[in-house]
Write a protein that binds this ligand. Structure first.
Ligand code: ADP
Ligand code: MG
Length: 302
């Protein structure tokens, strides 16, 4: 029986509670399709808008809730919706299986160079003036985000391990469906032998690939808003790719075909998974998940 790690992008979750409850139903269909065709499944997911919302609501109270705690909260909130939707879909198809969310901790290196240059904008938008005031008062770093305003910029270090990998594997061996690595997982580092949280956001694509590698999954499938990885994306000579070798992926990356912050981390995560011994990695559209695993849609890395 093969094991699949399915990474869900932001488009699978929507922007608020109502949208998310609706949209996870589609994701649950794709996930239960995998289960029904005999795969063991771990579901990972993003948390960009959700963690921003949680942070904003928390900060409206008296205390400044650290980002790392907000990430942990987002894993519970999103995991709850996903596990409920999967259970409902399983019940509708008469499949009897357990589903559990593990709010997992992703180990990062405190000395990762990413901590020197925060690149990931999150949370509420401020004006330049407000941002400068917050920076002066708190020492936080703010950045201009694609013409939309100023946002808190946090580091995005690479995942090096996942603390709960063994429990995820045990649940899979017991035939459960597991949701883990939400929002890339809660970032922690080894503080002289004790795990300690650190404010950062691990990219969910890299965290999913790390989970796939650590549990010995056969396939990593990253579900997003496009059906294929493309060359010259949206340009007149746009070309969708059905498959990619590691060597070609690296060549196209060097030529600048994959946008940083969106397609690039997905391609790099797939390449990393294959280089670390994974059999197959796929980038595909959420609604074409089943076709993608059968090789009829998506971009397959081998
Ligand atoms: P997710 O929320 O699933 O992580 P992202 O928006 O981060 O999704 O990344 C997927 C997006 O990457 C696509 O919707 C597309 O707009 C963009 N993209 C950038 N470069 C490419 C490319 N070369 N091929 C396909 N999509 C690309
Ligand atoms: Mg993304």
């Amino acid at each position: 029986m093969s094991t699949v790690v399915v990474a869900l992008g932001g488009n699978a979750l929507g922007n608020n509670v109502k949208e998310q409850l609706e949209m996870v139903k589609q994701a649950a269909k794709s996930i239960v399709d995998f289960v029904a065709s005999g795969h063991k499944v771990v579901v990972a997911h993003g948390n960009g808008p959700q963690v921003g919302m949680i942070k904003l609501l928390m900060d409206a109270g008296k205390d400044d809730m650290p980002l790392v705690e907000c990430i942990a909260m987002s894993q519970g909130y999103i995991g709850y919706h996903i596990q409920q939707a999967i259970r409902n879909e399983l019940a509708a198809r008469g499949i009897n299986k357990e589903v559990a969310t593990i709010p997992s901790q992703t180990v990062v290196d405190k000395n990762d160079p990413a901590f020197l240059k925060p690149t990931k904008p999150i949370g509420a938008y401020s004006t330049e003036e407000e941002a400068k005031q917050i920076m002066a008062e708190t020492g936080k770093h703010y950045m201009e985000d694609a013409g939309r305003g100023w946002r808190w910029a946090v580091a995005s270090p690479k995942p090096i391990d996942i603390v709960e990998k063994h429990v995820v594997k045990k649940l899979l061996d017991d035939d459960a469906i597991v949701i883990a690595c939400g929002g890339g997982g809660t970032p922690v580092y080894d503080d002289s032998g004790a795990w300690k949280g650190i404010d950062a956001v691990v990219d969910k694509d890299f965290a999913s690939a790390k989970m796939a590698e650590l549990i010995g999954a056969d396939t990593l499938i990253i579900l997003t808003a496009v059906e294929h990885v493309a060359l010259n994306y949206t340009k007149p000579d746009h070309k969708d790719l059905g498959s990619l070798t590691v060597a070609d992926a690296k060549k196209y990356e060097a030529e600048g075909h994959f946008a940083p912050g969106s397609m690039l981390p997905k391609v790099q995560a797939c390449v990393g998974f294959i280089e670390n011994g994974g059999k197959k990695a796929i980038i595909a559209a959420l609604e074409k998940a089943q076709d993608a695993i059968a090789g009829k849609s998506g971009t397959t890395f081998q």
